[in-house]
Design a protein around this ligand. Structure first.
Ligand code: PLP
Length: 361
């Protein structure tokens, strides 16, 4: 026991992010980044903010990131949001963290899928939130009726990670309606890759005061390195998040992030093009892996979750790594024979398929 550490620190089991290799030239399909660059308007906006001498950097950023909130409201104009229905954070991980503290810390345990984003139980540990793991069914799907009222809140990723499974909006609505006494959080990190018409639960927030939708610019806007996430919900949920945020860090987004993220939300053409390209590559990669004997779960995300009935997943991941291709393997119950493979460029997907063909012989 380290006497300087708080007791809580001894009990934490922190999240372990996927590797960010220092070696150049690896085919990096392990952390679901977008293989395409962000909008050119992002770079232009950040250059302009920086100016020739960086004088703007002397000044603190807008603590409320109003420019970005306005860009979110405009991006989702069809859903008639107000700026006070948008909360902004340093990546959606920070938004999630504040949501656990602000909205999920009650006496009753929260409900989480047994297989989902592994950061959720980490936040439970950090904030002392009890949780119950609700098993996915045998096809790795969430069954909405397994989430019974009387909980302290519900957190679901839709599409789910790492399975890629998408719940229809009708299920999300049923879940929100059946749990009006608690907050239902839908983490839509991957929803932009789900369909030609994006079935976002943002469409429901004006009808369900208990529904909070969390989004990130890391995946479909190609901005994992900028660290911008946001939440959309009823103004009273957002106020709770603002109270926690303003008790923690007034300036979660820096000046470059505010202008860059706003420009990304404004460039709908670029967003549309890259998400279509990823969905197209996903179909091709799925077919290629199936022809190599893999079982591939249907995915609505920018990754696929696959297993090979004759080959151990950990061994495949290690052999891919020797061939400069990195994918994600989780040493966890139920999924330790699966690989999660991010959708790369056409060339990266080809490199993966070529390496697998060699390994499988
Ligand atoms: C990537 C991811 C996040 C985190 O996104 P950041 O905005 O980069 O922090 C949140 N939830 C899920 C399910 C993710 O896969």
């Amino acid at each position: 026991m380290n006497p300087y550490w708080s007791p809580l620190v001894h009990r934490l089991s922190p999240y372990v992010p996927g590797e960010q290799p220092k070696l150049p030239g690896l085919v990096k399909l392990n952390t679901n980044e977008n293989p395409y660059p962000p909008s050119a308007r992002v770079i232009a906006a950040m250059r302009e903010e920086l100016g020739s001498d960086g004088a703007n950097l002397r000044l603190y950023p807008d603590p409320n990131a109003d420019r970005f909130k306005d860009a979110v409201v405009t991006h989702f104009a069809e859903y008639a949001l107000a700026p006070n229905q948008v909360f902004v954070g340093n990546g959606s991980d920070e938004v999630l963290a504040h949501a656990f503290m602000a909205l999920l810390k009650h006496d009753a345990p929260i409900l989480l899928p047994d297989i989902s984003y592994s950061f959720y139980p980490v936040y439970c540990g950090l904030y002392g939130v009890e949780h119950i793991a609700i098993p996915l069914n045998a096809d790795f799907e969430i069954g909405i009726d397994d989430y019974r009222p009387g909980n302290g809140g519900i957190v679901i990723a839709n599409p789910n990670a790492p399975t890629g499974h998408l719940l229809p909006l009708t299920d999300i609505e049923r879940l929100a309606a059946a749990n009006l006494q608690s907050v239902v959080i839908i983490d839509e990190a991957y929803i932009d890759f789900s369909a030609p018409a994006i079935p976002t639960a943002i469409a429901l927030v004006n009808r369900y005061p208990n529904l909070l939708v969390i989004r990130t610019l890391s995946k479909s806007h190609s901005l994992a390195g900028l660290r911008v996430g946001y939440a959309v919900g009823d103004a009273s949920l957002i106020e709770a998040l603002e109270r926690v945020k303003n008790s923690f860090n007034s300036y979660p987004l820096d000046r470059l992030a505010i202008v860059g993220a706003s420009a990304a939300m404004e460039d709908k053409d670029h967003h549309e093009k890259t998400r279509q390209a990823v969905m197209h590559s996903r179909a091709l990669l799925t077919a290629a892996l199936v022809s190599l004997g893999f079982e591939v779960l249907p995915s609505a995300a920018n990754f696929i979750f696959a297993r090979h009935p004759q080959h151990d997943a950990a061994r495949l991941a290690a052999e891919l790594r020797q061939r400069q291709v990195i994918v994600r393997h989780f040493k966890l119950p139920r999924i330790d024979q699966h690989l999660r493979i991010s959708i790369g460029t056409a060339a990266q997907c080809q490199a993966l398929v070529d390496a697998l063909r060699q390994i499988l012989g």
